[in-house]
Each structure stands twice: as structure tokens, then as C-alpha cells.
Design a protein around this ligand. Structure first.
Ligand code: KET
Length: 396
């Protein structure tokens, strides 16, 4: 029955986490998966989340199935978080938001939905992108192509090439864009660049599909939603999948959402209906604890301000370890231009290391990066940054 099955090579990110956990060297450093660790190298449970859980327990609610689209309070809070409290699109009923199983669940529901309703379109992702983007959209039956993005010579953005490529796409092509803190490169569009991109998306009648997995890890909650809000202001129809895994440090709770910002309330109703059906066919309905967590943290004024403070601390710590790595490595390797470590933002930096150099880091120094050369800044601490810099200096 199953003899013909080909072996699964394993996921490039999760496989490294397994290898890291098996590694018995006490000085090992995990800079692989996109998980935020604190200054003590621990996975934090945020105070706002602890308090929300205390309240959820005290409320002692039953645990019915949620509707296919998820919890109404959670969905309303997400829409406001993305677009801003008073956004007219919300009042006009043009936003269809569903609560999903992490943002991965949202991305996948959106991919299946689009494959049904825009079946002949191709998907375009940045070169490079999160590997799973390609897997998910191909898994839904799409052809996936890439547009120019990362500039290996400068560690920056190939913005003009990106624009030129998008200008040549067939109408209604689906363009996956990282709203902030690009994974894996840490290279983002500046607001002025979004402002130049949006008219191209409109002229070519492209469908933007934003992935917002790191809101609050770049410049701030509102600042990191610039792309979402600029697209909404331009009147374009678009999708956005957003995650709380990182920003609330609730990875395994699977807190995320998918929103479609539509041209009219009637369209939003149609989209919502078919999103519900898409969910029903995959996992039926999302998780109730995830809904309650997000609704409490976003909806309660005290918990919300606690979250904003804790998120700011995480953001600040990542900037500080970035600077520390840059300073240490620059001192060891004054021959190298390492400015990219400071200009790249959020959780990741793209080091430009080859897969062989990454292998040496792991084998000889117990420092774990993704083989693409992606370094998760959030695994650095003031305590390990020296050792990481020494190791990097030896392999570059
Ligand atoms: N989008 C992006 C860009 C992303 O980096 C991740 C996770 C996700 C979506 C999925 O997050 P969710 O928890 O489903 O809301 N990225 C890290 C973990 C992983 O690969 O699953 C990573 O790149 O390391």
C-alpha cells in the first residue's frame, strides 16, 4: 500500500531545532528557528498572557466549538489591530476576518480559497522568502514564481528590479508580500517604497497577500502595520494573514487570523462565506483558548498596555543584541562591511554565509543557523554574543 511513498527530507527549520535539542554541548546557541528568547535564553511567558490565562480560568467558561470563522470578539480586535481603531473599512463592513490556527492556518485557508476562486492565477513570492510560503501555495495547486527582492551585494533591497518585475505580471496575479520584518532577510520596504509599490499593484490589478508574522518586532505595532493601512487607504482589495505566535510568545497556542479587505460589504460577505466553508473542509473551527487569549490581551485596556510594554522590551532587546553582534564582529573582522547587521530589522539577519559555512558553525562551534545563512537575532544574548562573534569571525 505505501511502498511507493518517497521519504520526507524533513523541514529545514524544524529539523535544525531537533538537531539542536540533541546536541549535548553545553555552550550551544540556537539562532535557527524564529522564536524569541529572553536575555536568560528562556522562552518567555508574557505577563499579559499569564494574567489573561488567570482570568480565563477564573471565568471558568465551557468549551463549545467555536464557529468556523472563530470568536467574534477576537476577530473584531484583530481587525482593529491591523487597520487601526477607527478605520472606515471596518465600519463599512468591508473587512472579513477569520480567526485561524496560527497564521499558517490563515495563509493556507487563504491559499485554498484563492485556488478555488482565482484558479488560473500564479503566485509570486519574494526571492528569497519563508520556505513554507512556496510549499503552502504549491500544496494548494498554484504555480509559484519569485520576484527580485534581496540584494546579496549590498544586503539591502532590489527595489527597482522588484517594481519592474511586478509591472510585467499578468493581471490578478497574487503577490505575497512581507508586511514587516522580512523572513529570512530582515530587509523591508520603507514607507516611501510602499507608496511607490501600491500604484503598481493597482495598475496591474494584482492581488496583494500580506504576511504579517512579526507585528511589533520592527518599529512598533502601528508602524509595522504601515503596509496594511496604506493598502487599505488606497482602496485595493487584499488579504493579510497575521500571527500572535511571536508578538505574544504563544507559539504552540496557534493564535492567528486571516483578513480580506474587500471593495464592498457585499463582497466581504461573499468572501467570508467561502472562507468559512474552506475552514470547515480543513479543520472545521479554530481553538477556543487561542481566541480567549487574543481577545483578552487586545481587548482589555490593562492587558493591552502591559502587552505593548512587553513587546517594546522584546523589540529593544533585539536591537541591542544586533548592535552588540555588529560591534564584536566588526572588531574581529574590520575587513568586512557588516552594516547590514544594523540596517536589517526584526527577528532575522541574512548573513550571506554559505551552507558549508553554516555547517562549520554548527559542527565546530555549536552555533545553529538556518542553512540559507539566516540568523535569528532573538537567540543572541549579551552572554553568548561574544562567542557567536568569535565563531562567525572564524568561518567568514
Ligand atoms: N509567516 C512567516 C513569515 C513566518 O516566519 C512564520 C513562522 C509564519 C508565517 C508562521 O507562524 P505561525 O506560528 O503559524 O503564526 N516562522 C518561523 C517558524 C516556522 O518556520 O514555522 C521561522 O521562520 O522560523
Amino acid at each position: 500500500m505505501f511502498e511507493h511513498i518517497t521519504p520526507y527530507a524533513g523541514d529545514p527549520i524544524f529539523a535544525l531545532v531537533d538537531a539542536f535539542n540533541r546536541d549535548s554541548r553545553p555552550h550551544k546557541v540556537n539562532l535557527s528557528i524564529g522564536i524569541y528568547f529572553d536575555e536568560q535564553g528562556r522562552l518567555p511567558v508574557l505577563r499579559c498572557v499569564q494574567e489573561a490565562e488567570r482570568r480565563i480560568l477564573a471565568e471558568g467558561g465551557a468549551k463549545p466549538y467555536l464557529p468556523m470563522e472563530g470568536d467574534a470578539t477576537c476577530r473584531a480586535e484583530v481587525a482593529k489591530l491591523l487597520l487601526g481603531e477607527q478605520h472606515p473599512a471596518i465600519g463599512q463592513g468591508r473587512v472579513a476576518t477569520i480567526q485561524t490556527v496560527g497564521s499558517s492556518g490563515g495563509l493556507k485557508v487563504g491559499a485554498d480559497f484563492l485556488r478555488t476562486w482565482l484558479p488560473d492565477r500564479a503566485v509570486w513570492v519574494s526571492d528569497p522568502t519563508w520556505d513554507n510560503h512556496r510549499s503552502m501555495f504549491e500544496g494548494s495547486g498554484f504555480a509559484v514564481h519569485s520576484y527580485p527582492y534581496y540584494d546579496a551585494t549590498t544586503g539591502g533591497l532590489r527595489f527597482e528590479d522588484m517594481l519592474a518585475c511586478l509591472k510585467g505580471l499578468p493581471p490578478r496575479s497574487i503577490v505575497l508580500l512581507h508586511a514587516c520584518c522580512h523572513n529570512p532577510t530582515g530587509v523591508d520596504l520603507a514607507p516611501v517604497q510602499w507608496d511607490r509599490l501600491i500604484p503598481v499593484l493597482r495598475e496591474r490589478e494584482l492581488l496583494p497577500y500580506l504576511d504579517l508574522a512579526y507585528q511589533g518586532f520592527g518599529d512598533g505595532i502601528d508602524e509595522d502595520a504601515y503596509a496594511v493601512r496604506a493598502l487599505a487607504a488606497s482602496g485595493l482589495t487584499f488579504f493579510v494573514a497575521n500571527s500572535f505566535s511571536k508578538s505574544m510568545s504563544v507559539y504552540g497556542e496557534r493564535c492567528g487570523a486571516l483578513s480580506a479587505i474587500c471593495a464592498s460589504p457585499a463582497e466581504a460577505d461573499l468572501v467570508m462565506g467561502q472562507l468559512r466553508y474552506t475552514v470547515r473542509r480543513i479543520y472545521s473551527s479554530p481553538a477556543i483558548h487561542a481566541a480567549r487569549l487574543v481577545a483578552h490581551v487586545l481587548g482589555d485596556a490593562d492587558l493591552r498596555s502591559m502587552w505593548e510594554g512587553e513587546l517594546a522590551q522584546m523589540r529593544q532587546r533585539m536591537v541591542e543584541v544586533r548592535q552588540a553582534l555588529h560591534a564584536r564582529l566588526s572588531a574581529l573582522r574590520p575587513d568586512r562591511d557588516l552594516g547590514f547587521l544594523l540596517s536589517q530589522r526584526g527577528m532575522f539577519s541574512y548573513t550571506g554565509l554559505s551552507a558549508e559555512q553554516v555547517d562549520r558553525l554548527r559542527e565546530e562551534h555549536a552555533v545553529y543557523l538556518i542553512r540559507s545563512g539566516r540568523l535569528c537575532v532573538a537567540g543572541l544574548t549579551q552572554g553568548n554574543v561574544d562567542r557567536v562573534a568569535q565563531a562567525l569571525a572564524q568561518v567568514v
